[in-house]
Design a binder for this molecule. Structure first.
Ligand SMILES: CC(C)(COP(=O)(O)OP(=O)(O)OC[C@H]1O[C@@H](n2cnc3c(N)ncnc32)[C@H](O)[C@@H]1OP(=O)(O)O)[C@@H](O)C(=O)NCCC(=O)NCCS
Length: 188
């Protein structure tokens, strides 16, 4: 049971744990969507380096914030990051950039809690509305629908030499999402 897991802002020391979740969850989520050779080639060492530099105080991208979920015992079982919207869709100042959990940590309310924590962060930063881009073929898109996201747009993207379609879900008011942190199903 992981509902008692702690969600907290990430620090550079979390880079190895985040990299491990990143690689494991991509390999479990994206077969059939991303090329096998890309998934096989994912390297925790490379991602650890990237995450360490992203999380280090030297040059964090403006307004970006990353959170981790840590289970009892200290293992990182998920991460999420958000910040200013990058794609220029009008009316949505914020963006949920990433949200990934290890398989065994899914389906227990942690994803909902991550979204709530990111919504709270964006609201405190003065952003009322946000969106997320997700691969059209990723069944996790229905998680965002369940959490009240409206389907906003669809666009092609090139990734690892493949043409893919992604869809955007948006929330014009982050307040109800932020309030989910108080949902008893979400745990502490
Ligand atoms: C998507 C993800 C973050 C959801 O987190 P989670 O902790 O498993 O989801 P929760 O337990 O918080 O679920 C919240 C609600 O969404 C629903 N939900 C979760 N995943 C769903 C899915 N794939 N389809 C439909 N509903 C879903 C749950 O049933 C729950 O509904 P309820 O309110 O009726 O109980 C997680 O499953 C994950 O890491 N998936 C793989 C990585 C991924 O695809 N990330 C998104 C990349 S953009």
């Amino acid at each position: 049971m992981h509902n008692a897991s702690l969600i907290r802002p990430a620090s550079p020391a979390d880079a190895p744990g985040i990299a491990q979740v990143h690689v494991e969850s991509w390999r479990s989520t994206y077969p059939g969507m991303l090329p096998d050779r890309y998934l096989i080639g994912l390297s925790t060492a490379t991602h650890e380096k990237r995450w360490r530099s992203l999380l280090s105080g030297s040059a964090p991208p403006r307004g970006r914030r990353t959170f981790v979920a840590q289970e009892t015992g200290g293992r990182i079982i998920g991460f999420a990051s958000c910040g200013p919207q990058r794609t220029g869709l009008p009316g949505y100042g914020g963006e949920f950039y990433a949200l990934y959990l290890l398989d065994h940590a899914q389906g227990q309310g942690i994803g909902r809690r991550f979204l709530a924590v990111m919504a709270q962060h964006l609201l405190v930063a003065g952003t009322q509305a946000a969106l997320v881009w997700v691969l059209r073929d990723n069944p996790s898109r229905y998680f965002y629908e369940r959490l009240g996201g409206d389907l906003l747009a669809e666009q092609p993207i090139g990734f690892a030499g493949t043409k893919l379609m992604e869809v955007a879900y948006g929330w014009t008011d982050l307040v109800p999402l932020a309030r989910l942190a108080a949902d008893p199903r979400v745990g502490g």
